[in-house]
Design a protein around this ligand. Structure first.
Ligand code: PLP
Length: 969
């Protein structure tokens, strides 16, 4: 038996320390003695015995193939050794990725700061004001630079943002206009993505020269153009957009934030939707990501904006407060009518880019843009003097050159000798070179030498470049931007560091305590797993470098795929999807492609149980499927009879069933094998939503009870931090027969199957750099540690359930009398007995220094608790004690000792200002308001605003920080 030490400081000081370096001991909350105590509470003697009881026998898997755990230190050395096989050349490939300089103050205080990376999506806005303010800054920055009225708080990448734009245009015309035109000079990955996403929706993507587009075609819903385009050419689309608008055609425009600092922004050309990537605002290349995509729209489109929108509202005291706006659009409510399936996006990266904008301000950004532009002009002049032809007459940072005296392949080879990577169009005889903030003079002279210029003198060429215009004055930007106070106040490091820390202090993260959000798996994000993200050999690679530059990545990805195959029981893996929802989409497309390969392309019915996560139906719609809802029984299990009826009724059309396992109600349903067998018998495939894999690793797996494909939320089960709403990764794993259909990539390393349906992320391995986090975790746990995590996830949940069951009804418990790794407490009865709702309990928990469980999913008006294996017994007891104490507060209302309106629950959370106000007329004490438990006396977390009025903010939508500034002044 493993020896363990307690995590609580007191016991550590008492010397209960064991001298060994197994990471598992740091990862798992309870120690040996506590484990014994917890098992006793549950009436079991050993963990093995308890797990055997909790898991239905018919789903138990054979043991995983063993792989050894490495200590934190050894795992870091191992990964560093692997990654040293990557070649770190200077990449000038472009295609939407540019080397950027991450200001160290942002690296240290945001990227490497757990206060920023551990929180969840800001559903509990009162304890998320810091990152909400930062996301509002991001939205402001995007609207201001693009000159559009409204922007969301990020999307997954530029190519998927483009497909959201295409879908918005299609939907705005109610699906009656089936064509979407894309300029052939958009990035190639964008074009590929649009083709992939259009097919199942019945949209026809027409790719061509903008000059040839027939705007009068009544079936045209929208156009997508880009400036600067993939060749580097800067455009002014004002006339085109005006003509398109007359025909009711949507104008979608890809753009580059840095270019927009000095060139006319698409908002001033009349665009309806402007999209692109904020990567070059301080975010490392990361071999493809994560990076934030931006998406800005016309004012009247705000209610159909995909992704999350942050808005300003007020709290119970009339103070300004920020929260996610228009939450009713969340997939949970709208399901198959949702605008998009995007749930996890790129919050952390959006925040980092916003701070980059704040760090530089308008003047700094213009200076950077001018400097990049000057380097590009210098390169152009040098290329011309070497006898080559610069194709793009109007450019910003990217120059396309037709080579005359040297073959493109020879030029590329000479550049490589000098440590520079460029992209060549071998057939066309040209090269495209994209410069960036981090390009040095020596890189430019290397390029010129490679192009045959003898001993180029940079200063001389630069002097010539200064006299030449790169683009016409008509397309120069004239409007100011980032004039709000926040973009002018923090340009020295002290002030910026303090601003970043001030914001983070407002937020509750795993740095404060548990975040027991059911379905979200807020487990430890160990420091060791986060370290490789800051290594240049991990974050410095462009995703389209030649294969022999990314050997380290391919080795890591191969090993990670092996491990995920072993965990799921499947035969092949795609690491491409950038979120769970994108994994769902990819998996469903794989299923459809498989049916089509057998001549059964008509199979399009997707059966989805009532209890499913909202992204399931939203993804199925995007995959062109018809959704049929399957009933659940009152005890939470799938209604097998209803499933059977639907299988029979739709047998000819049946594509698949989409099941979350263990169910979203947190139970291991022993009927699962019956269900999967039944669907197979009717010709359907089985999609397993693997968001709850944390309850399965090493014990069971989607491949062991009849699944054909699943996605894996790496930001849940495998410890990628949630970043306050992203990034994430949602790889999919499939059985052998589905492997040929896995997603591919038009550019970069060869990935995917021989009969792939297309591409779901812009980069071949999605947000590749954060895969290193999961890889580290798995390496440090080893196969037996992975299984142990599952066991403790189940033990911790059941211990907490046991402690609470005398106080709250537990909604669903499996046949075994146990829950899986999460459970639902039912608080709906208190509405009648005490006028108390789930939200009141959630907000009161803040006064106790805790984050609420998942509210109203999967059952409205209830709370779903998932403690994870990494919470200590101390923390589990703190959650239980707080909830039991709140139950007593409710009882006081029930007994008439406290009024039904003016009480600690209805008034929660209590801010410092409220409890220290001069007058206090409430029927409870200030102490009870703010210090309801002994823990709060030791360590008080103060919410910074009172209960937020969400509806007020939705009626008076303010989604940029102009409002805040004027309010504060
Ligand atoms: C989290 C979750 C998803 C969606 O994952 P994202 O990464 O946010 O897109 C899907 N299904 C279930 C059950 C989940 O818990």
């Amino acid at each position: 038996m493993m020896r363990r030490f307690a995590l609580r400081p007191l016991q550590m000081f008492a010397g209960a320390r064991f001298a060994h370096d197994d990471y598992i001991n740091r990862h798992i909350g309870p120690n040996e003695a506590e484990t014994a105590e917890m098992l006793k509470t549950l009436g079991a003697t050993t963990l093995d015995e308890f797990i055997a009881k909790a898991i239905p026998a018919n789903i138990v898997r054979p043991p995983m193939k063993e792989f050894k755990a490495l200590s934190e230190k050894d795992a870091l050395s191992h990964l560093r050794h692997l990654m040293s096989k990557n070649k770190l050349h200077k990449s000038l490939i472009g295609q939407g990725y540019y080397d950027a300089i991450l200001p160290p103050v942002i690296q240290r205080n945001v990227l490497e700061n757990p206060n920023w990376y551990t929180p969840y999506t800001p559903y509990q806005a009162e304890i998320s004001q810091g990152r909400l303010e930062s996301l509002l800054n991001y939205q402001t920055m995007i609207t201001d630079i693009t000159k559009m009225p409204i922007a969301n708080a990020s999307l997954l990448d530029q190519a998927t943002a483009a497909s959201e734009a295409m879908y918005a245009a299609f939907q705005a015309h109610k699906g009656k206009r089936a064509k979407f035109f894309v300029s052939s000079t958009c990035f190639q990955s964008t074009i590929e993505m649009l083709r992939t996403r259009a097919a199942p929706l019945g949209i026809e993507v027409v790719v061509g020269d903008v000059a040839s587009v027939d705007l009068a075609d009544p079936s045209l819903s929208g156009i997508l153009v880009q400036t600067p385009d993939a060749t580097g050419a800067v455009h002014d689309f004002t006339d085109l957009f005006a003509k398109a608008k007359q025909k009711g055609v949507f104008n979608c425009c890809g753009g580059d934030l840095l270019a927009m600092c000095v060139t006319k922004p698409p908002g001033e050309m009349g665009a309806d939707i402007v999209l692109g990537s904020a990567q070059r605002f301080g975010i490392p290349l990361g071999y493809g990501g994560p990076h934030a995509a931006f998406f800005a729209v016309r004012d009247d489109l705000k209610r159909s904006l995909p992704g999350r929108l942050i808005g300003v509202s007020k709290d119970a005291n009339g103070e300004i407060a920020i929260r996610m706006a228009l939450q009713t659009r969340e997939q949970h409510i709208k399901r198959d009518r949702a605008t998009s399936n995007i749930c996890t996006a790129q919050a952390l990266l959006a925040n980092m880019s916003a701070f980059y904008g704040i760090y530089h301000g308008q003047d700094g950004l213009v200076e950077i843009a001018n400097s990049v532009h000057l380097k590009a002009k210098t390169l152009a002049i040098g290329m011309e003097s070497a006898g080559h032809e610069v194709v793009s007459k109007s450019f910003f940072d990217t120059v396309t050159v037709k080579l005359n005296s040297v073959a493109p392949s020879e030029f590329v080879a000479r550049c490589a000798e000098r440590g520079v990577v460029v992209a060549a169009d071998l057939a066309g005889g040209s090269v495209t070179i994209a410069l960036d903030e981090a390009t040095m003079e020596s890189h430019v002279t290397s390029l010129l030498e490679a192009a045959g210029l003898q001993q180029p003198v940079y200063k001389n060429l630069e002097a010539l470049a200064r006299q030449r215009a790169g683009f016409a004055t008509e397309v120069a930007r004239k409007s100011p931007f980032l004039q709000q106070r926040v973009f002018k106040s923090y340009q020295n490091e002290h002030e910026l560091m303090r601003y970043i820390q001030r914001l983070s202090r407002k937020d509750y993260g795993l740095t404060h305590g548990a975040i027991p959000l059911g379905s979200c798996t807020m487990k430890l994000n160990a420091a060791a797993t986060m370290i490789p993200m800051s290594w240049p050999e991990v974050n410095g690679l462009h995703p389209l470098v030649p294969d022999d530059h990314s050997r380290g990545y391919s080795a890591m990805c191969l090993d990670l795929e092996q491990k995920l195959k072993e965990v799921t029981g499947f035969a092949a893996v795609s690491l491409q999807p950038n979120s769970g929802a994108q994994g769902e989409y990819a998996g469903l497309r794989v299923i459809r492609a498989y049916h089509a390969s057998k001549g059964e392309g008509h199979r399009d019915v997707c059966l989805i149980p009532q209890s499913a996560h909202g992204t399931n139906p939203a993804s199925a719609v995007l995959a062109g499927m018809k959704i049929v809802v399957v009933k659940c029984l009152p005890d939470g299990r799938i209604d097998v009879k209803d499933l059977e009826e639907n299988c029979k009724k739709h047998a000819k059309q049946l594509a698949c069933v989409m099941i979350t396992y263990p169910s979203t109600y947190g139970v291991f349903d022993s009927d699962i094998v019956t269900c999967t067998t039944m669907v197979h018998e009717h010709g359907g495939q089985v999609y397993i939503d693997g968001a709850n894999l944390n309850a399965m690793v090493g014990v069971t797996g989607p491949g062991f009870f009849g699944g054909d494909v699943c996605h894996i939320n790496m930001h849940k089960t495998f410890s990628i931090p949630h970043g306050g709403g992203g990034p994430g990764m949602g790889p999919i794993a499939v059985r052998e027969h589905l492997a040929p259909f896995l997603p591919n990539s038009a550019l970069g390393p060869k990935v995917g199957g021989s009969q792939s349906f297309g591409q779901v992320s812009q980069a071949p391995y999605g947000s590749a750099s954060i895969l290193s986090i999961s890889y580290m975790l798995m390496t440090m746990l080893g196969s037996s540690g992975l299984r142990r995590c599952t066991e403790y996830a189940i033990l911790n949940a059941n211990y907490l359930r046991k402690r609470l069951e005398q106080h709250y009804p537990i909604l669903f418990v499996g046949d075994t009398g146990c829950v899986a790794h999460e459970f639902i407490i039912d608080v709906r009865g208190f509405k009648k007995s005490a006028n108390v709702e789930a939200e009141d309990v959630a907000k009161r928990l803040m006064d106790y220094g805790l984050h609420a469980p998942t509210l109203s999913f999967p059952v409205a008006g209830t709370l779903m608790i998932e403690p994870t294996e990494s919470e200590s017994k101390y923390e589990l007891d703190r959650i239980a004690d707080a909830l039991i104490s709140i139950r007593e507060e409710i009882a006081q209302i029930e007994r008439g000792e406290q009024p039904t309106e003016n009480n600690v629950l209805k008034n929660a959370p209590h801010t410092a200002r409220v409890v220290t106000a001069a007058d206090w007329t409430r029927p409870y004490t200030r102490q009870l308001a703010a210090y309801p438990s002994s823990h709060t006396v030791l360590e008080k977390y103060w919410p910074t605003v009172s209960r937020i009025d969400g509806a007020y903010g939705d009626r008076n939508l303010i989604c940029s920080c102009v409002g805040i500034e004027s309010y504060k002044d």
